[in-house]
Design a protein around this ligand. Structure first.
Ligand SMILES: Cc1cc2nc3c(=O)[nH]c(=O)nc-3n(C[C@H](O)[C@H](O)[C@H](O)COP(=O)(O)OP(=O)(O)OC[C@H]3O[C@@H](n4cnc5c(N)ncnc54)[C@H](O)[C@@H]3O)c2cc1C
Length: 322
């Protein structure tokens, strides 16, 4: 047995860690499993070396808002801890993680028992105990919370929690190809952000201009859902070149050869959110789901969903002991 706890959480992105933080604060023993090598989920940041320096790219979420008072309080605490900062170039209420987008998730994970690089593959319930299989590792818990993208949750839950599996399975997420490009000199593009509702590029940003970043000129370019679908199965090298050309055409800047060029495919980038109560907990089976798709397809929505699931678990605990 590789771990026993009160509540096992599958998925250590913003939603899973928001739930974990709230539940550990009231004394629950929590283990979080995440298949990623490090913190971030869709708030990922990648470090690469070129031009003689380490350079970071935020290739997932670009910035986040903090409109809900409770989330705002959490963001202000991250700001005080030096892991978040406002980014006025993206809007009056835009925030980013510092020095990379994953910094807030990393800070949330630090006090928790998070097992990185562990992919949950099988769920089984025997009596009142959940057994979670992950490769050759095995965990047991009284309660399981699944905080992974909807399509992946549907696969994990099929057969053990059909209602939750159906709900997650009803969500369709749009893909997004993200290009990371580094240049040895600044591009002649004045604004640091290029949002667009039309054409093949939905967003581009001068990553090196975000607060807390240093070094050479870097850009992150996101393809629109339609363009991402067109290119979905092409090799990433070809996609990177195609979208870089789209980017120069869209901005009108003269094409430049990048010193560094890479692309990442997010298959489940942005869900059509279901809304509603923000999370679901099946008290009889002691299994629940959280994620941006249950609230709103944003960082803030993921945090609020995780917190809603923690509240549902705690309310049930109070109800069953009173
Ligand atoms: C390209 C892109 C651009 C975006 N832009 C913005 C933006 O500008 N502003 C904004 O607010 N939001 C943006 N978003 C959305 C935002 O990133 C998400 O809403 C939010 O991060 C979702 O958090 P989550 O915890 O629900 O899911 P995730 O971040 O996806 O976390 C799920 C975690 O589960 C793990 N996992 C999955 N399956 C398993 C398994 N079987 N076992 C163990 N672990 C597993 C994954 O490794 C991951 O860490 C963007 C997303 C993308 C991809």
């Amino acid at each position: 047995m590789d771990g026993h706890c009160d509540i096992l959480i599958i998925g250590g992105g913003m939603a899973g860690l928001s739930a974990a933080t709230a539940l550990e604060a009231v004394g629950q023993r929590i283990i979080v499993l995440d298949k990623g090598r490090g913190p971030g989920g869709r708030m990922a940041a990648r470090r690469v070396e070129f031009g003689g320096a380490q350079v970071g790219f935020d290739h997932g979420a670009q910035y986040f808002t903090a409109r809900d008072p409770a989330f705002r309080e959490a963001v202000l605490a991250w700001e005080a801890a030096g892991v978040a900062a406002p980014w006025p170039a993206a809007g009056d209420d835009a925030w980013v993680g510092t020095p990379g987008m994953n910094a807030c998730v990393k800070a949330m994970a630090e006090p928790l028992d998070v097992r990185w690089g562990v992919r949950a593959e099988r769920l089984e319930r025997t009596g009142a105990v959940w057994r979670i299989g992950a490769g050759d590792q095995s965990f047991t818990a009284a309660t399981v919370l699944v905080a992974v993208p909807a399509e992946q949750a549907a696969v994990l839950l099929a057969g053990v929690a059909p209602d939750l599996a159906d709900l997650a399975g009803s969500v369709a997420s749009a893909p997004c190809w993200a290009v990371m490009a580094g240049f040895d000199a600044p591009l002649p593009i004045a604004p640091d952000t290029y949002p667009s509702d039309t054409g093949p590029i939905s967003w581009a940003a001068r990553n090196s201009a975000k607060p807390g970043r240093r070094g050479v000129e870097t850009w992150v370019i996101h393809a629109s859902p339609a363009r991402s679908r067109e290119l979905i199965d092409l090799p990433k090298e070809e996609v990177a070149q195609t979208l870089l050309a789209d980017f120069f055409a869209a901005t009108g800047a003269a094409p430049e050869s990048p010193q560094h060029l890479d692309a990442h495919r997010w298959l489940y980038a942005l869900p059509q959110a279901l809304g509603g109560e923000g999370a679901r907990f099946d008290a009889a089976l002691r299994i629940g789901i959280a994620g941006d798709y249950l609230h709103s397809p944003r960082v803030e929505g993921a945090w609020l969903s995780g917190r809603a699931l923690a509240q549902a678990v705690l309310q049930e605990r109070v109800a069953s002991t009173s």
